[in-house]
Design a protein around this ligand. Structure first.
Ligand code: ADP
Ligand code: ASP
Ligand code: MG
Length: 447
């Protein structure tokens, strides 16, 4: 095993068209430590595939999404002559896509199969772009090694099985070629295609890096690193040169879309450093995420996660009754629902859940609500945003005045702090959340 391997991941915008793919190919050409590449679908493709997975669309809409996928692939293909091995896989994959897209189904297994085509197609095309700049690239089907459970739409990896399969099928290939594989997808123990959830390619790259014992993961995207807040929202957002695993994990969890929330888990487990940079400006540097404790105590960034659901559960039984919370969380866990914030009073518990649009699977389903309603009164509120201040050793009293001003200006729905010194979270109305983030950034991060 070679610990100097680098795993590179390229996101959708980095692979959106032929010139973008050429820039990514040059990055790999210039760094011979990169032996394994995980690719996303070209920008826009997964959204078309998610739309196709909805059974209630008209025949015309269905056709326009199929055409949308094909147009993106064909625009890139027009610049390439695929070598025989890639041409065969590409045309087989396209034919399979057209068969799969013609089936109208609500079956989650079928939908994951459908969602997998974006990455399967982009990995073919990108392999050829790499060969054209002189890199010996071989396409590899990640489903051979990235093993998951059968929770279609948001599968969890089986880390041990993935490592075992990677050692047998993937590691031996890395010395002879640059292996190009798919992010986002995997397979369950029966070989059925699964997906890791939207934005999951970052997570795939980190899981693969762990499985092949790589030294680092390079996440190439459309921004020059992780910023103090989403640079699209605040002109004065600044890239952060170094983050600890804890800080980066909190930022990803609380909405910095630049990293899938689970990306840091494998990296911190295996001590693999993570770099985030821009494939458009690879020489501009970026953010390094490493094991070392942060040298910068205090608030380092503000993030937001829109489309949150606030679930309030009230039960008279909670008064002096033990087991209420256990019962609630057992049901949520059995429904595979992950909870972000929790506050409790004597007779109620309020918790937040994610309800991302374009998710391949809704977070809260009717069956779960019915089970909860059997023993408590349930209220569901939508259109909320979770805003998080992220850093290390966050101490409320240091920011009291500035925070109080922000709190006074907006309607704050819920506040959580204390479980971790890495975050302080609020729940606000979605219509106000951009303004809340801008105000917090101005008062606390631009000083
Ligand atoms: P990719 O397609 O490469 O995976 P994403 O669109 O998923 O890229 O993530 C990159 C985007 O994340 C950026 O364009 C930026 O708007 C957004 N973003 C949100 N928060 C942050 C942040 N704190 N720092 C940098 N980018 C952020
Ligand atoms: N293509 C998938 C998505 O758009 C995964 C990814 O890009 O990370 O969600
Ligand atoms: Mg992404």
């Amino acid at each position: 095993m070679n610990s100097s391997y680098v795993v590179a991941k390229f996101g959708g915008t980095s692979l959106a068209d032929y010139p973008a793919m050429q820039r990514c190919a040059q990055i790999i050409h210039d760094d011979n430590h990169v032996r394994l590449v995980a690719v996303s679908a070209s920008a826009g493709v997964t959204n078309h595939l998610v739309a196709l997975s909805h059974s209630n669309i008209s025949a015309d809409e269905r056709q326009s999404h199929i055409d949308g996928v094909l147009a993106i692939q064909n625009n890139i293909l027009a610049h390439l002559t695929l070598e025989a091995d890639l041409a065969t896989v590409f045309s087989q994959t396209l034919a399979e896509f057209e068969r799969c897209a013609a089936i109208i189904s609500t079956n989650e297994q079928h939908n994951d199969e459908l969602l997998s085509f974006g990455e399967r197609l982009s990995s073919c095309l990108f392999s050829q772009v790499l060969r054209d700049v002189g890199v010996n690239a071989q396409r590899f089907d990640v489903r051979t090694v990235l093993k998951t459970d059968a929770h279609f739409g948001k599968a969890s990896p089986n880390v041990a099985a993935t490592k075992q399969a990677a050692e047998v099928h993937l590691v031996p290939l890395l010395d002879d070629a640059v292996i190009v594989t798919q992010g986002f997808i995997g397979s369950d123990q029966h070989g059925r295609t699964t997906t890791l959830g939207r934005g999951g390619s970052d997570y795939s790259a980190a899981l693969l890096a762990e499985a092949v014992s790589a030294k680092s993961v390079h996440i190439w995207t459309d921004v020059v690193g992780i910023f103090s807040t989403d640079p699209r929202l605040c002109e004065k957002a600044r890239p952060i040169a170094k983050l600890s695993f804890d800080e980066a994990a909190e930022m990803a969890t609380f909405g910095a879309k630049v990293l899938h929330p689970a990306t840091i888990l494998p990296a911190s487990r295996a001590g693999i450093s993570v770099f985030v940079g821009s494939s458009r400006e690879p020489h501009q540097g970026g953010t390094w995420i490493e094991k070392e404790k942060s040298q910068h105590p205090g608030i380092r960034a503000v993030t937001q996660r829109k489309n949150q659901i606030l679930l309030t559960l009230k039960s008279p039984e909670m008064l002096l009754a033990s087991g209420f919370l256990a019962r609630v969380f057992t049901i949520l866990s059995e429904s595979n629902i992950s909870v972000d914030l929790v506050t409790t009073s004597e007779i109620s518990v309020a918790l937040t859940l994610d309800n991302a649009p374009n998710a391949s699977r809704p977070e809260l389903d009717q069956a779960c609500l019915e089970r909860l309603s059997e023993f408590c009164h349930v209220t569901v509120e939508n259109n909320l945003t979770l805003v998080a201040l992220v850093g290390s050793e966050i101490q409320l009293r240091q920011h009291e005045m500035n925070l109080m001003q922000v709190l006074a200006d907006f309607n704050i729905r819920m506040i959580c702090h204390g479980a971790s010194k890495h975050n302080l979270c609020f729940l606000v109305e979605q219509t106000e959340s951009d303004a809340v983030v801008q105000s917090i950034h101005r008062r606390l991060l631009e000083a």
